[in-house]
Design a protein around this ligand. Structure first.
Ligand SMILES: Nc1nc2c(c(=O)[nH]1)N(C=O)[C@@H](CNc1ccc(C(=O)N[C@@H](CCC(=O)O)C(=O)O)cc1)CN2
Ligand SMILES: Nc1ncnc2c1ncn2[C@@H]1O[C@H](COP(=O)(O)OP(=O)(O)OP(=O)(O)O)[C@@H](O)[C@H]1O
Length: 199
């Protein structure tokens, strides 16, 4: 059995991830609101200037929680967005745009989510996926909250080949995050310092 598949090795990596998660979330929570807002605006500006963003038909995004970079100025753009809803272990993607009448409401974990009755997204129409994260490393590996939602989703064939951009603050763009066998690298990372596409 290869090292990364041994139960003891998996447990060790999960432990390292849990420690990193705790300290990075603490640092994110401690950001003064004004600094946080400035960095969020910069992240949105970098994305808006990216041709792939400009030409995307539908973009999967998220509603910020626990001080994650807020995509408010992007979500205000009158275009087709997809927002996730947690259902058991899966993410269900619903269509949303600013002038639509489909309601958003607090869902699982207290994250703002679409109502289950709002229309679903057709994965074929999605051209870009903005992925929330606690941290990303320069290779594109991501640390989330430990639920494995995005790992499971991105391992499905319908999402293969779509650009995936991890959205984090610069302090959470790390040289290396411990990686499990199921982790797949994202195509790039956007922070307040810029957009970094994997080569
Ligand atoms: N804004 C946003 N929306 C998102 C995500 C995200 O990362 N950010 N998700 C990305 O996946 C999904 C929600 N994932 C989550 C996974 C776990 C926990 C959570 O609170 N976990 C517990 C610990 C659980 C455990 O260790 O077993 C905790 O942190 O206290 C929250 C959200 C879907 N929506
Ligand atoms: N492709 C997959 N199929 C089934 N289970 C998976 C898959 N990918 C990850 N998991 C499970 O998800 C759990 C969490 O993984 P990990 O600690 O890497 O989460 P994370 O990336 O930090 O969380 P999240 O994606 O929710 O933000 C692991 O216990 C793993 O078994």
């Amino acid at each position: 059995m290869s090292e990364t598949y041994r139960p003891a090795a998996i447990a060790k990596i999960q432990d390292q991830k849990a420690q990193m998660r705790r300290s990075l979330l603490k640092a994110r929570q401690a950001m003064p609101p004004q600094v946080w807002q400035q960095k969020c605006d910069r992240i949105c500006t970098h994305l808006t200037q990216w041709p792939t963003f400009q030409s995307a038909r539908t973009i999967l995004a998220y509603c910020s929680f626990r001080n994650e970079p807020h995509l408010g100025s992007l979500l205000a753009q009158q275009r087709s967005w997809g927002l996730p809803r947690c259902e058991d272990k899966d993410l269900i993607w619903h269509r949303w745009f600013p002038s639509c009448s489909w309601p958003l409401r607090p869902g699982t974990y207290g994250i703002t989510e679409p109502d289950p009755t709002s229309p679903l997204i057709d994965p074929h129409k999605v051209d870009l996926i903005l992925v929330p994260a606690v941290a990303c490393d320069v290779r594109g590996y991501r640390l989330g909250y430990g639920g494995g939602f995005y790992d499971r989703m991105l391992s499905q064939a319908s999402w293969h080949g779509k650009p995936t951009i991890g959205i984090v603050f610069e302090f959470a763009r790390l040289p290396q995050i411990p990686k499990n066998s199921w982790d797949r690298p994202l195509s790039g990372i956007c922070t307040e310092s810029g957009l970094f596409l994997a080569s």
